[in-house]
Design a protein around this ligand. Structure first.
Ligand code: 13P
Length: 249
């Protein structure tokens, strides 16, 4: 059985006092949950303070991005070991906002994914099609390219620890959620691809999350799909009340 993951991607939101308050409320009400993994992905600037708040609970820390080198002359970047050092267990890679606004490519995602495994960070690798791509029937081809290029060269052992997030770009921050059938169709296809790359048995262990306008009202239908193993939540993760409802699905 795959343990579900509910991850909150705070994106570029929250100054320290708000971050500490939100993390504190989540720790109080959900810090003992053991049947699913709860991951908070705040901005870099509050990773440390959120880590301090959630210490001693089952809630885990994740970052939203990182560089693919361990150190060096990369002004303004944050390295994988820096995230590890500060207490992160997870890192979101290849989010569509990184691809769209910062020119991230599958090749960069691939380098980041490999280094993440090599230092013991769990990558949450995001893939997803845009609205025009869906409308022209290219969804599965786009996903196939992102999965094959982004995850090439991982070992079978590494693959078992992988987390993939299917986030249709048209569903992010728009209030338009993919229907459970749409999510399941793509996520089943992703697992099939992963099976071809890493072996069927290993692919069964990989958690595949859905992301895009998740809210307390649509999460349970999404979670009832066979290949939806959790959610990557944006807007609804910014308030304790809505995120706790999503966690409780
Ligand atoms: P929303 O839940 O705000 O649509 O964001 C989804 C997302 O991008 C999570 O990474």
């Amino acid at each position: 059985m795959r343990k579900p993951i509910i991850a909150g991607n705070w994106k570029m939101n929250k100054l320290s006092p708000e971050a500490v308050e939100l993390a504190g409320e989540l720790k109080n009400k959900a810090g003992g949950i053991a049947d699913r993994e709860i991951v908070l992905c705040p901005p870099f600037t509050v990773l440390s303070s959120v880590k301090e708040v959630i210490a001693g609970s089952s809630i885990r820390l994740g970052a939203q991005n990182m560089h693919w080198e361990i150190s060096g002359a990369y002004t303004g970047e944050v390295s994988p070991t820096m995230l590890k050092d500060i207490g992160c267990d997870y890192v979101i890679l290849g989010h569509s906002e990184r691809r769209q606004y910062f020119g991230e490519t599958d090749e960069m995602v691939n380098k980041k994914t490999k280094i993440a495994f090599s230092i013991g960070l769990i990558p949450i690798v995001c893939v997803g099609e845009t609205l025009p791509q869906r409308e022209t029937g290219e969804t599965l081809a786009v996903i196939e390219e992102q999965i094959k290029a982004g995850l090439s060269g991982l070992t079978e052992e590494e693959s078992k620890g992988l987390v993939v997030a299917y986030e249709p770009v048209w569903a992010i921050g728009t209030g338009k959620t993919a229907t459970p059938d749409q999510a399941e169709e793509v996520q089943r296809f992703i697992r099939k691809l992963l099976g071809q790359m890493f072996g069927k048995e290993n692919a069964q262990a990989i958690r595949i999350l859905y992301g895009g306008s998740i809210n307390p009202d649509n999460i349970s239908a999404l979670m009832s799909c066979e290949n939806v193993d959790g959610g990557l939540v944006g807007g609804a993760s910014l308030k304790a009340e809505s995120f706790l409802k999503v966690i409780g699905y």
